[in-house]
Design a protein around this ligand. Structure first.
Ligand SMILES: Nc1ncnc2c1ncn2[C@@H]1O[C@H](COP(=O)(O)OP(=O)(O)OP(=O)(O)O)[C@@H](O)[C@H]1O
Ligand SMILES: [Mg+2]
Length: 250
């Protein structure tokens, strides 16, 4: 579904990504871990079109996407969340999910005028879908609260609900549990585990190894822009190369 072939990205002299090969198959949960500054966010930025590789190929459903603009990649079925939460702070929780659906509705303005009843039906479907997502992420009670006023954990859940509002087939999560307490983290893990059942594949960046073990089928380890290990969560945990990357020599 998603294939990265020999992807490199340098910023001036800094090699942020170096010859990365990585695959995400449909309905799999794939983890991406590595020390701070390893290139994890850069990798997700390159997949989502916010940034582009210096060399290499990124294929989604066999189509090259590494030169495409973010909105076209989103339309192809790739959604993401951000390490630094990006919500419309003054819009309500519900409105943030509706904004996430923007571009999902098929009716153009002209169609909307010509076929008002069918446009209304589409609008109603979108609102129902938005409510389902709020329920799924335990946000119904705060549907009318401005996003900026939500507790941190709820903002993180809203980021995920908004990403899923586009009905993606692949979702990229950049540290979805950052700032959450252990019980919030575990609950979000259960939400992530539901995504493959809904037909989604997931690529998740995470520092919390308990979450990685809870949700991931397989894990890639990035260090100084290079993939240094790939395997099951238990395999990478016990890999001496990985232990050394995290703890340093000696
Ligand atoms: N736009 C940019 N211009 C210059 N350097 C950048 C840019 N984006 C990232 N970098 C550098 O690339 C390297 C990788 O950064 P990246 O944010 O991808 O790391 P990360 O693995 O996500 O780290 P963290 O765990 O701290 O989020 C860092 O050295 C960073 O300073
Ligand atoms: Mg990062």
């Amino acid at each position: 579904m998603l294939v990265l072939e020999n992807v490199s990205r340098h910023f001036g002299g800094l090699q942020a990504l170096s010859g990365v090969n990585l695959r995400v198959e449909p309905q799999r949960v794939v983890g991406l871990i590595g020390p701070n500054g390893a290139g994890k966010t850069t990798l997700i930025n390159n997949i989502s079109g916010l940034d582009h590789p210096s060399s290499g190929h990124i294929l989604f459903d066999g189509q090259p996407i590494h030169r495409r603009a973010p909105h076209r990649i989103a339309r192809a079925g790739v959604a993401r969340t951000y390490q630094n939460i990006r919500l419309f702070g003054e819009a309500t929780t519900f409105e943030n999910v509706l904004i996430g659906q923007h571009g999902q509705g098929r009716a153009s303005m002209l169609e909307a005028i010509a076929f008002w009843p069918s446009f209304r039906r589409e609008e109603r479907t979108l609102r129902e879908r938005a409510r389902e997502l709020l329920a799924q992420f335990d946000l119904m009670d705060v549907a009318d609260v401005p996003a900026a006023n939500l507790p941190y954990g709820a903002q993180r859940r809203l980021e995920m609900a908004r990403a899923l509002a586009t009905n993606p087939r692949l979702v990229l999560l950049d540290e979805p549990t950052a700032g959450m307490n252990p019980s919030e983290t575990r609950a979000l893990g259960e939400q992530i585990l539901r995504l493959p059942q809904m037909g989604l594949a997931v690529l998740v960046i995470e520092h919390d190894m308990s979450l990685i073990h809870q949700v991931c089928d397989e894990v890639y380890v990035l260090n100084f822009g290079q993939i240094i290990a790939h395997g099951t969560p238990a395999e990478v945990r016990d890999d001496p190369v990985v232990i050394e990357a995290y703890l340093g020599k000696e």
